[in-house]
Design a protein. Structure first.
Length: 71
């Protein structure tokens, strides 16, 4: 038997995802600032691209959270 679809706390979970992703971005930026001269250009590019994807995820989470709160 399938579990009932309980979405009552989706907005809270989405907010946690946003906060965690923002923290990961900050940690990556701090790492880049502290180790910029020690890491390769490829690694630096990879980390910057990862943060771009994280920013896209934050926007998607925020949009989904807004949808959830509107229901």
């Amino acid at each position: 038997m399938a579990k009932p679809d309980n979405r009552s706390d989706n907005a809270e979970h989405l907010q946690q995802h946003i906060e965690n992703t923002e923290q990961n971005m900050q940690e990556t930026n701090q790492y880049l600032a502290e180790h910029a001269e020690e890491i390769s250009a490829v690694e630096k590019q990879n980390l910057q691209e990862k943060n771009e994807r994280r920013q896209n995820s934050i926007q998607a989470f925020a949009s989904e959270k807004q949808d959830e709160q509107g229901q």
